[in-house]
Design a binder for this molecule. Sequence first.
Ligand code: AMP
Ligand code: DBH
Length: 538
Amino acid sequence: MLEGFTPWPADKAEYYRQKGCWEGLTFGQMLEDRSKQYANDIAVIDYQSSITYAELNERATKFAAGLQKLGIDKGDRIVVQLPNIIPYVEAVFALFKIGALPVFSLPSHRFNEINYFCEFSEADAYIIPDRFGGFDYRTLARQVKDATPSLEHIIVVGEAEEFLSFNQVYSDEPLREINVQGSDVAFLQLSGGSTGRSKLIPRTHDEYMYTIKLSVECCEVTNQTIFLVVLPVAHNYPMSSPGILGAIYAGGKIVLSLTPSPEEAFPLIEKHRVTMVPLVPPLALHWLDVKPLRTEDLSSLEVILVGGAKFSAEAAKRIEPVFECKLQQVFGMAEGLVNYTRLDDPEEIIIHTQGRPMSPYDEIKIVDNEDNELPAGVAGHLLTRGPYTIQGYYKAPEHNIKAFTKDGFYRTGDIVSVNEQGYLTVEGRDKDQINRGGEKIAAEEVENHLLAHPAIHDAAVVAMSDPYMGEKSCAFVIFHDEQIAKRKLKKFLGDRGLATYKIPDEFVSVEKFPMTHLGKVSKKELRKIIEEQLQPTE
Ligand code: AMP
Ligand code: DBH
């Protein structure tokens, strides 16, 4: 078993198996099956080419055989940082086939994040594009390689320079049979986190396959579905809710867009007759605004999913009339629990709630600060346990004590109310995090970087409201004496290799922080201060 993985209690595991939630199927086997059933159907289309199910399976098998030749084996970790391109799908299924674990990172991650993922997961390999979005990932790989010498292989899609080219990895040698089981960990996914460093989330084939199966049902995905991905494909949401894995599970077609801009995405919708697309709220708002100005025919769209951050009811109301398709809200987390509004729910539910859990075996508790359960309708902390919610983060025993109750409920950090029909409405958050339009930022991580600046005495990062992003981040800073300009602070953080989305949007210099009566920095007060400053002055 993977070291650092918290196993399921035996009785729970037995129960979920007996109830048919866990079926022992792996993602490698799933692709194998679908490649027979839908052999000549297109599985994935990207900006360059397209690939059928049979070809995808064949290429994934060859890539897997090549990885084995490099010495990559069951249980090894491989950091995957690729944009929305076909090689991403090949690489991930190749890893599933040999039981090696992709560690999913995002194209926006930089040295600070990637080096940590490689080091912490003791990765053997790192897969990158040559360039993407104006950034050269080979330069980043060199820095990471210097810092983490145990990283043996760097595999590059495109011009590999001194590294190994993706195309060179494919091997015609037969795949060595590996006994990958449903109960094995399939990959490590990232958590937005609320502490100094992102936590890694181990998910098994069994429980993740179950989320895919349920998502396919809730979103009514079929082999007629044409699923567009405009969000970073490695994120848990476009991967699994219902995501590319759901599309493949059902035998549908995936269209990968390199960016979420309407200039790229709308023509793809028209050309490929896309039926379903997952968005985060700021993108949904942007698409709503832009749609009337554009001429593409988007009439193939059946469902737009919106999740990752709270979607306002006002914006939610506009989806159906503007796009002439259904809205499906999704409230999920890489740790497990996923809630959807159902396609045939009344409008009231679809617009005002974030849906209800997928599985009848999901357990939900709404509690007060002392973990006492609250009556229906009263907002409180959301705790959850179930057949696809993890039992612990990877190699984080101390954090796990705080993040889970003794009886295995995950503390989501979300403040939620549940209505009589079991639908959840997200009312707020009780975690030290900024949700910047679906991208999660752990305040503490950014604060630690700011504290490394010699001119800074103390720093506190909080959310500030933004009409478009929902939230942006604001750093309150106490300087020793000399004040440093915002531009220089941003550059300082960028130079430290922090992903751009984590760099605060605003900086406010203060002489001291407001304190709670317990002597802690009052982030509530800080949020109030920035909100007041944001108010337009008459
Ligand atoms: P993570 O744990 O990093 O995967 O992020 C999951 C978190 O994203 C949840 O715990 C929520 O805080 C937030 N989230 C996801 N979907 C929604 C939604 N539809 N509305 C509000 N918050 C959401
Ligand atoms: O924000 C998320 O992490 C998320 C949102 C919607 C998610 O993981 C998911 C659906 O599966």
